[in-house]
Design a protein around this ligand. Sequence first.
Ligand code: SF4
Ligand code: FES
Length: 332
Amino acid sequence: MKVTIDNISIEVEAGTTILNAARMIGGEIVPPAMCYYSKLQGSGGKCRTCLVKVSQGSEKDPRPMPKLVASCRTTVMDGMVVQNITSPEVIEARKGVVEMLLINHPLDCPVCDQAGECHLQDLGYEHGAAKTRYEFDRRTFDKIDIGDKIQLHMTRCILCYRCVFTADQITDHRIHGILNRGDHSEISTYIQKAVDNDFSGNVIDVCPVGALTDKTFRFKNRVWFTKPVEAHRECQTEGCCGKVTLWYKGEDVIRVTGRKDEYGEVEEFICNTCRFDKKKTADWVIEGPRKVSNKSVINSNHYDTLKPLPVVKTNPVLQEANKEQFERETRL
Ligand code: SF4
Ligand code: FES
């Protein structure tokens, strides 16, 4: 099936979503995704950050889709034409989505362990407004300790459901979920009981914001001052790949995480023993330094100016729509 995204065409298998087709093309045209996670079945469709415009439904039926669609949940049709950064409407809508996500999410990046790896931080930088229009009280929650290794800071949660899917699909019993509806939705406190599962630590890796953090790493360092190194070990836990990223501060391993790809998704899940109990270099076979993705704010090129597609460069309407992104300056 042929699909064209931002004027770039690609052949994909039937059943591929627009988001995954865009990821196959890569680069600036890939829509951001806060709730979709390719390793978790059923994820996506919650956050709306991946909205795109379908300006031609298919070869057979070229009518445009009447509304912007979630690219993580919409499969391609043969001859479909999609616009992401070449649509001013999409860029405007994405600003609205970011504003919405930031209604309750505190801007506490300076004290948040997720800073430097937070997808909402990136999104806020790229699409956020300087001011909020929200005048009401924000919802806040007390921090909850999920055992001695994980902390839930519900105030930062964007209700993406990734941790729920992780507990459902990666651990052998899920004891938490999202309770209530609308503004009252929250991750259930039963999550406190999910501590004794071998794979519970993966909820930290899948959380796109700083709502679920590693208590063994909390406040130990800013992530951009650490050195990530690839390593593996022969792990005896069934289902654990034993392949990790070790985060060094000087000679000490201060954090262990799964290895994440360019979209911030773990390549394979790891068990709690690897994550929390193996914090010595001697526990691991070191492979070498980890390459940091350009998308990460840990990478000094992250705040570089946008390199627009030729079609954006030549079209004044698209230039206007992308103005704020063009004005990003190299900061580091
Ligand atoms: S705690 Fe994190 S992973 Fe879970 S729903 Fe909230 S934002 Fe998503
Ligand atoms: S990533 Fe598509 S709706 Fe969240």
